[in-house]
Structures are given as C-alpha cells and as structure tokens.
Design a protein around this ligand. Structure first.
Ligand SMILES: [Zn+2]
Length: 258
C-alpha cells in the first residue's frame, strides 16, 4: 500500500526547473525500474505514476511524491528491496568513481577538499581518503549518519546518480552551489534525455520510479538549473558533467575565450 501520493491534475504545472508549462506526458507503473534494462522482469504494482514534461526546457518529472517525507521515501523506495534494482549502489559504483577522481585530481590531492553530495554510504569518500585525499566528506540528507551539511566550501563537489532522485532538484542544485568554493568544480552524473526521447517516451530505461528516478533532465534543463547560479557546464558524455563558475588556476588555460 502506497499512501500520500499527490493527486494527478490534468492542468499544466510550473516546471520545477524553469517554471515553464509542464503538461502531463505519460504514465508508468510504480515498479518500473532501470533494472529491466538488465533483463529483470517487472512485477506490476498497480500504482500508476504520472510524469510531466516541460514544453520549454523539456525537463521530465513526476510530482507524485512531492508530499512525501524522507521517512516515506525510505519506506517505499530506499528500503531493503532497493539494492535489487540498483545493485551497484553499495560498492561497485563508489569505487569506480573514486578511482576516476583519484586519476583526475590525485596529483593535487593535498589541496583538494572534496564533498560528496548524496554520497549514501560514504564508500566513495572512504576510498578517496584511502587514496590519500585529506578531506573527503559525505553529505546525504537521506542517511542519518551524514545528514549534517558541512558549512565550509569545497574545491570539488561530487554528486553521482543523485539529481534524478530529487523531488526538488532546483533546491538540490542551490544546495550544491552553497558548498562550492568560488573556484571550485562540481563533477556530477545524471543521464540526459537522448535525442530520440520523443520516440521512446517513458519506455526509456532511465525512467524508473522504483529506482527513485523522478527528475529526468534534458540538456537545456540542466543548463538552466546550473545557469541560475552562474555556472557553465561541460559534458563528457550523456551522463558525466562538470559545472563551474570560475575555473581554478590550474585549469585557467582551459577557459573558453569569446
Ligand atoms: Zn522547464
């Protein structure tokens, strides 16, 4: 039994990113998860979850869980069954991400204060500390141990597989911004809607309420969310992105001149 879902309205809502008109776009079963891409068969829940899409920035989201408390997210999504639909959550992904960050910034690790936003179990930061990064701190509002957001600013804020989980992603980006030093970087992942999204629709593997994938960015939506705080974006792939306001001195040679 899933309680407190926000009632569906056919009227357009203001987009959570750009305030443009977001119309109802489609509907999936609550149990739809990314794991079907790995061949897992969905057992239908009978609970329809409607998604909206902004006609301006193409941001795709459901507001069905907007009235949920953190406890309700933990009861219905981030529960014991969660790992079955996100088997890489516990260690595979954090370790791979830590290796990548150590490869990219290892030479500067003494000066890199790292905050992992939405870092879950601290596995990523633990791996970085083991690799010799003196400051690697986890912040995650969903995990009791790490709910305390540090007040200082960080040279690198990482945010892996998190933005798509946020019921209020604009507030999430604003909170990330508050943690970033003036010449700090944000390295984050979230899959952007593919070019052929209109043909695939909600059948796209990344749309999965059971995974907590409730906020799905398009490229313009991502640019808008970070641009509101003065950030520029560089994407290395459809999933891996870097945001910055002012490049740190060691990257100043990369500044794009107009
Ligand atoms: Zn929008």
């Amino acid at each position: 039994m899933i309680e407190s879902l926000k009632p569906v309205s056919v009227a357009p809502s203001p987009c959570k990113i750009c305030s443009g008109p977001a119309q109802l776009y489609g509907v999936v079963d609550f149990h739809k998860s990314c794991d079907e891409a790995r061949g897992r068969r969905m057992v239908l829940s009978g609970v329809p979850i409607y998604y909206r899409r902004c006609t301006a920035c193409k941001f795709l989201y459901t507001d069905a869980f907007d009235d949920w408390s953190i406890e309700q997210f933990k009861a219905h999504i981030y529960n014991d069954e969660y790992e079955k639909v996100d088997p890489d959550y516990r260690s595979v992904r954090p370790n791979a991400n830590a290796e990548a960050v150590a490869r990219l910034w290892g030479e500067r690790k003494e000066q890199m204060r790292v905050l992992d936003y939405g870092g879950g179990n601290d596995a990523f930061c633990a791996a970085l500390r083991t690799a010799g990064f003196p400051v690697a701190v986890t912040y995650d509002p969903m995990v009791t141990q790490y709910v305390q957001r540090p007040e200082e600013k960080f040279d690198l804020v990482t945010c892996f597989e998190t933005l798509e989980h946020l019921p209020d992603p604009a507030a999430g980006v604003a909170a990330i911004h508050e943690c970033v030093a003036d010449q700090g970087l944000v390295l984050f992942t979230t899959y952007l809607q593919p070019a052929e999204f209109d043909q695939i629709g909600l059948g796209w593997w990344y749309v999965g309420p059971r995974n907590g994938h409730i906020s799905i960015f398009s490229r313009p939506a991502l640019a808008s969310a970070f641009g509101q705080h003065g950030y520029k974006l560089v994407s290395f792939s459809d999933n891996i992105h870097l945001a910055y306001r002012n490049l740190p001195p060691y990257l100043s040679h990369l500044q794009i001149r107009k």
